[in-house]
Design a protein around this ligand. Structure first.
Ligand code: SER
Length: 314
């Protein structure tokens, strides 16, 4: 039998972590995947498995876990998202970049042989082409979140070229899922709308109706993340984040699709500060480098995603 990696996941109680930990455990064995989170409670209850409380700014504790569990793969998910980031820029820099920089150094010195770092469409900015945004383009993000993530990507690239550390990264678009509702992001409306329409029949959207943004459904997030992490190193042409997308939608298009399931539902639009962030991001993404390098293909379009989501939203 192939030797299984010993995996550590940070931020495992978050929107992506909760589902990724489960997927990693079914792939590598429950005991081989240590989930960690700042919140001292394993939110992926039911899927029992090793858990440790971890503040990612506490490098000493991170190192102790690497040693104790003989970790060789790290998925470093802990981060603040775009909108929340603007409310506390120093904390966002410390968690999203400084902690990452120190964790990467610890991974290198403790023989971790593969690291995953989630990047984002937030790395783009007003000078980036908004249609079919290319893999290699202009990065002048207007949020601290975007600044930390593009700096993180560059730091990964530096570690790869200078030290040979195998760091891999995806630029996630807005992630739609039903298990853990995202907090503090600009794309959160795409999840909130499902729950509010189901529970209250009305949604007040904080973006304008025609704001188009790239999105992805959680099963495709898991597929992309595991696909990238399982690729052979020679398949990868970049150690920056790979562009990634499932589909693009506007709040009005999502609402229209949801009306097929909730014909009585209503929506109103009250744009807030998040509108400016959304306006600085891409509308559609060219993710052909991911397809060409390691065979990325999404399974869900918007209609397929909505059909599946409504079965699970309660
Ligand atoms: N979902 C994130 C956000 O809205 C984008 O990566 O901040």
């Amino acid at each position: 039998m192939e030797k299984q990696p010993k995996v550590l996941v940070t931020g495992s109680g978050g929107q992506i972590g909760t589902e990724l930990v489960r997927a990693l455990r079914s792939m590598h064995g429950t005991e081989n995947v240590l989930s960690t989170d700042l919140i001292p409670r394993d939110r992926d209850e039911g899927a029992e498995g090793p858990f440790a409380q971890l503040d990612v700014t506490d490098t000493e504790s991170f190192v102790a876990l690497l040693e104790e569990h003989k970790i060789n793969h790290v998925y470093h998910l802990a981060a603040l998202l775009s909108s929340k980031g603007e409310k506390n820029i120093d904390l966002t820099w410390n968690i999203n970049f400084e902690a990452h920089r120190k964790l990467l150094a610890a991974c290198y010195s403790h023989n971790v042989d593969r690291v995953f770092f989630p990047s984002t469409i937030g790395v783009y900015g007003p000078t980036t082409p908004r249609q079919m945004t290319p893999q290699f383009t202009s990065f002048q993000p207007s949020t601290v979140y975007g600044i930390t993530k593009i700096t993180g990507e560059l730091w990964n690239q530096y570690y790869k070229s200078r030290y040979g550390l195998d760091v891999r990264s995806l630029r996630y678009p807005g992630v739609i899922s039903y298990e853990v509702i995202p907090e503090g992001g600009t794309t959160d409306f795409s999840v909130e709308m499902f729950f509010e329409l189901k529970r209250k029949g009305h949604y007040v959207c904080y973006l304008k109706k025609d704001t188009r943004l790239p999105m992805i459904y959680m099963p495709d997030v898991i597929k992309a993340t595991l696909g990238l992490m399982q690729a052979e190193v020679h398949q990868l042409s970049t150690s920056m984040g790979y562009n990634l997308s499932g589909f693009s939608l506007t709040p009005a298009e999502l609402f229209e699709e949801l009306q097929r399931y909730y014909p009585e539902a209503t929506i109103s639009y009250e744009p807030d500060a998040r509108q400016q962030i959304a306006d600085s991001w891409s509308e559609t993404i060219d993710d052909r480098t991911a397809s060409d390098d390691w065979g990325w293909q999404p399974d869900y379009n918007m209609q397929g995603m909505v059909k599946d989501m409504v079965k699970h939203v309660v």
